[in-house]
Design a protein around this ligand. Structure first.
Ligand code: ADP
Ligand code: MG
Length: 584
């Protein structure tokens, strides 16, 4: 075939394909335009998951009648003048191609009016062909109506997913933008049904409730941090609240939703050893940074950004989240329901604070509706991280069921799971020795011989060098058989073959590529196996030693796999349960 120039409508459909993949992409571009225009209120209507209709109405600056035709042509933008401007972009749009692209794959009508004009103007674009600009009456702002998306691109239509899926993508998009712009009112409707509405009063926690439900929203921890001109704000889940995937981690950079970002990894790493393997946190994190520090022009749908100093941002996010997390890491409260009553405090969800819930925050869980309200959610008390994260000084009372220690603290009773607590203690000791590169090791009088299944034996072979760094002296001793000659003194008295088996168990699971992560996971596994078990009677001396070791830990409140080491029955709760206080 000879080389020839593409017909304009073919070229523009190809270009549109980059930006407009599915109905949600249209919603995204139109919402971004409304936000760029300074809208305080954005209403979105959809029909048939956006295939039939997407309409976005805003009360922003509007487009002047004599610029309307320009707005829908390709590479026409009011947001960028010189190439230089690309390196400090503070608007969401900048390429001037969204309206042109949408217009080439749908029937699009734009009606708009600027504040200082009496009349509004309207233009229609169908399959890329522009109509004439007409004068019409309209309120200040812009309404973009997009009908029959992809009617002229059947191939694209075929690739769309089921309506529920496309619709879910739209919902996810709008709720996330609502979260990023809490001062803007968002409303999503389908026919006469309003499915999402935010108040625009700046309260992010109420929007989180719309996104994840009230129960989850009130548990999320608020994080704020600033370092060298980078600001971070947002929410993250306490260690008891996890997901099986990373889908509920949302990052916004300078008001832009970025996906597939290394920032997600930074957040996950902040939870290291606090979550069980295979569990992920939830989070919504908003980062503000000087526009010159980010390149936003790296992805067709602007869904990724590149940082000038990626390591710096990464480290900052990780530190900020970890600090925030440890600061809040609470001792779980015994849920009053466990004690046979359902009092009003059953709203309590394991944190030291609760949401104001007497009708102020109304969420219909089947829909996504948050009504505006006056006061905000109670904020967690502003306590010093150092004191919050630690356990208070405890007075040992004894052991029950050969499994739990009972202790009294300044503010009530503590039940400590001896196994989880010992796991935490061993883990921190082992990692501290490891960091100093000297793990005291003890030779075994009789080496332990362990035969493993072939798969595990292979996994172990590849770990022999790490093992020696951890104070294990292990040698191959025939096919799939190993001999343990020495192990860390920390584990003296424990069964060496159990330790070895712990190391290889689950090893096929996708391990983090980072050496450091592998080592920590490995240490956590061994410590779990070596820790005292439930059902094991401890002498008073052993109990006391365990408690004081735990008090000295950096993260005493969870085991390395994220389970709580202790639960707390506060004096206040005891008083309530015994009817001494708050009885009616
Ligand atoms: P970009 O957003 O990259 O500039 P678009 O094709 O999305 O490109 O929009 C082209 C131009 O039309 C914008 O630069 C802006 O001036 C104008 N515009 C689009 N949507 C709106 C809106 N909702 N309110 C005001 N102006 C708008
Ligand atoms: Mg745009």
């Amino acid at each position: 075939m000879a080389i020839r120039l593409l017909a304009p409508e073919v070229a523009s459909q190809i270009a549109a394909g980059e930006v407009i993949e599915r109905p949600a992409s249209v919603v995204k571009e139109l919402m971004e335009n409304a936000l760029d225009a300074g809208a305080k209120s954005i209403s979105i209507s959809v029909a048939e998951a956006g295939r039939k209709l997407i309409e976005v109405a805003d009360d922003g600056s509007g487009i002047a009648a004599d610029e309307l035709a320009l707005a829908v042509s390709r590479h026409a933008t009011s947001k960028l003048a010189r190439a230089d401007d690309l390196f400090h972009i503070s608007t969401l749009g900048f390429r001037g191609e969204a309206l042109a692209s949408i217009g080439s794959v749908s029937r699009m009508t734009i009606t708009s009016k600027v504040a200082n004009s009496n009349a509004g103007a309207r233009i229609k674009v169908e399959g890329g062909r522009e109509g004439k600009v007409e004068s019409v009456g309209a309120p200040t702002g812009t309404v973009v109506r997009v009908e029959d998306l992809f009617h002229n691109v059947p191939a694209r239509l075929k690739f769309l997913k089921a309506d529920v899926t496309e619709r879910r993508a739209i919902d996810a998009l709008i709720t996330r933008y609502a979260l990023a712009y809490p001062n803007v009112r968002f409303k999503l409707s389908e026919g006469n049904n309003v499915t999402l509405q935010t108040s625009g009063d700046g309260d992010r926690r109420a929007i989180l409730a719309a996104l994840y439900g009230v129960d989850v929203a009130k548990q999320l921890l608020e994080i704020n941090s600033e370092e060298e001109g980078i600001r971070l704000s947002g929410f993250t889940s306490p260690t008891a609240l996890t997901r099986s995937n990373r889908k509920d981690i949302t990052f916004f950079v300078n008001g832009r939703w970025v996906q597939d970002t290394p920032l997600t990894t930074a957040l996950i790493q902040a939870y290291h050893t606090l979550l069980m393997v295979g569990r992920y946190p939830m989070g919504a994190v908003f980062i503000d940074i000087a526009p010159e520090e980010v390149d936003v022009n790296v992805h067709p749908a602007k869904a990724e950004v590149r940082f000038r100093n990626q390591d710096k941002i990464f480290g900052f996010v990780q530190r900020a989240m970890r600090r925030g997390l440890l600061a809040y890491s609470p001792v779980p409260q015994v849920a009053p329901t466990l004690w046979g009553t359902r009092s009003e405090s059953s709203q309590q969800v394991g944190l030291d604070w609760t949401i104001a819930h007497d009708g102020e925050l109304k969420v219909e869980s089947s829909k996504l509706q948050v009504e505006s309200r006056e006061s905000g959610v109670d904020q967690p008390p502003n306590l010093e991280p150092s004191t919050l994260n630690k356990v208070p000084l405890l007075r040992l009372i004894g052991q029950i069921g050969a499994t739990y220690l009972v202790a009294e603290g300044p503010d009530g009773l503590y039940l400590i799971d001896q196994h989880a607590a010992h796991e935490r203690v061993l883990f921190e000791k082992l990692m501290a020795q490891h960091d100093q590169k000297k793990i005291p090791s003890q030779s075994l009088l009789t080496p332990a011989v362990v035969t493993l299944p072939p798969q595990s034996a292979k996994a172990l072979e590849s770990q022999l060098s790490i093992l020696s760094q951890f104070g294990f002296e292990v040698e191959e001793f025939g096919t799939n058989t190993f001999q343990v000659r020495a192990m860390p003194s920390l584990f003296a008295g424990s069964d060496p073959s159990a330790g070895l088996r712990a190391i290889v168990e689950d090893f096929e699971e996708d391990e983090s590529p980072l050496q450091n992560e592998i080592e920590k996971k490995l240490a956590a596994r061994v410590c779990k196996r070596m820790a005292v078990k439930g059902g094991q009677t401890l002498s008073a001396e052993e109990q006391r030693a365990l408690l004081s070791d735990l008090e000295r830990c950096d993260s005493p409140r969870t085991c390395p796999h994220g389970r709580p080491t202790m639960i707390h029955l506060s004096v206040e709760m005891l008083e309530k349960q015994f009817g001494r206080k708050g009885a009616r």
